[in-house]
Write a protein that binds this ligand. Structure first.
Ligand code: NAD
Ligand code: LMR
Length: 356
């Protein structure tokens, strides 16, 4: 048949065509993978997810596969990435998906990436603080960031692994040590705090959450999560009881999920949603869209601390502008002082982990 003329020349194993390092999947159906006419080079960005087989990683991978701004999606983990990759690669969306398994494939996963999203690491169980995760996650983040310095030093990095207040300073120190640090490209993901704040404020005020915008500044743990309810859009006026309730619920949203999951981990689905919302903003910025603004935990001069979460404008090279906090009311000024005290210690802990 005409359409199949020279078929033998076109036939290639899909795995070889897409990536010679694609993990072999032992015990798979045994069907021969043939007839590859996959389109390479579609316009879009190359994105890697490190920790792609985890509770956040899997739905995040699925949602990024659905993102039209993504042309290539690399899924890396130390376990189970072949299965997740096989599964997600069957989705009929544009991005080409490739899987990478284990430390020996980290560099292949990272070469040429525009955006690296990191949800690798252990989650909390009831009774733990995010800081209790430091001992395990600090080392994981260090290793992954060392890979980034070697293979894609110009990539935008979205760091999700907790404790974010310490892992972002760890990443910065790793990049500094390697001489590749660009503070405009390293962003701690605090988007879930904003997502929660929008939802909880909408509930209290009887609004559609999609129309609510709450700036959440500071960091990503307990009192360091500081919602600026005086700056909510559309403008809202809260009673003191509502302010207390909302501030506490936003600050403890993560714990609310950890307790509800009763030992089975922390927020994964809402986090994947928030991570994709944030990653999409980063990609829109890279594409050159105007006025892409989100909150993130970044190197900052907004306060005397070296890192702080506030609204940032995203552009072609990462962060284009960091916005000041704006006018705070007395309740928020008190909250800010508490947040800064805890943040200073968490930041120092991260810096010392690399410098020691
Ligand atoms: N920033 C936030 O708002 C936010 C929200 C929710 C969770 N988190 C954090 O995200 C992290 C992941 O949470 P989860 O629920 O997906 O956990 P999970 O245990 O379900 O998944 C973590 C994944 O990381 C992988 N991993 C472990 N070591 C690795 C390494 N060296 N390289 C690559 N991958 C590695 C694991 O194999 C696993 O698949 C936790 O630290 C959690 O506290 C942050
Ligand atoms: O609470 C956690 O440990 C996970 C995450 O930081 C969250 O806010 O849901």
């Amino acid at each position: 048949m005409q359409a199949n003329g020279n078929a033998n020349q076109r036939i290639a194993r899909i795995s070889d065509h897409l990536n010679p390092n694609y993990p072999k999947m032992e015990g798979s159906s045994g069907l021969q993978q043939v007839s590859c006419r996959a389109k390479g080079g579609a316009p879009g960005f190359k994105v890697a997810i490190l920790g792609a087989a985890g509770g956040i990683g899997q739905p995040l991978a699925m949602l990024m596969k659905m993102n039209p701004l993504v042309s290539v999606l690399h899924l890396y983990d130390v376990v189970n990435s072949p299965g997740v990759t096989a599964d997600i690669s069957h989705m009929d969306t544009g991005a080409v998906v490739r899987g990478f398994l284990g430390q020996s494939q980290l560099e292949d996963a990272l070469i040429g990436m525009d955006l690296v999203i990191i949800p690798a690491g252990v989650p909390r169980k009831p009774g733990m603080t995010r800081d209790d995760l430091f001992n395990i996650n600090a080392g994981i983040v260090k290793t992954l960031c060392e890979g980034i310095t070697k293979c894609c030093p110009n990539a935008i990095v979205n760091l999700i692994s907790n404790p974010v207040n310490s892992t972002v300073p760890i990443a910065a120190e790793v990049f500094k040590k390697a001489g590749t640090y660009d503070p405009k490209r390293l962003l701690g993901v605090t988007m879930l705090d904003v997502v929660r704040a929008n939802t909880f404020v909408a509930e209290v005020m009887g609004l559609d959450p999609r129309e609510v915008d709450v700036p959440v500044v500071g960091g990503h743990a307990g009192v360091t999560i500081l919602p600026l309810l005086s700056q909510v859009k559309p403008p809202c006026s809260f009673t003191p009881e509502e302010t207390d309730y909302l501030t506490s619920r936003i600050q403890n949203g993560g714990t609310e999920v950890v307790e509800a999951k009763a030992g089975a981990g922390s927020a994964t689905l809402s986090m994947a949603y928030a991570a994709v919302k944030f990653a999409d903003a980063c990609l829109q910025g890279l594409r050159g869209d105007a006025s892409v603004i989100q909150c993130a935990f970044v190197a900052s001069q907004v306060t005397e601390l070296p890192f702080f979460a506030s609204k940032v404008r995203l552009g072609r090279t990462g962060i284009d502008e960091i916005y000041p906090l704006g006018p705070l009311n007395e309740y928020e000024r008190v909250g800010l002082e508490k947040a800064k005290k805890e943040l200073a210690e968490s930041i120092q802990k991260g810096v010392s982990f690399i410098k020691k």
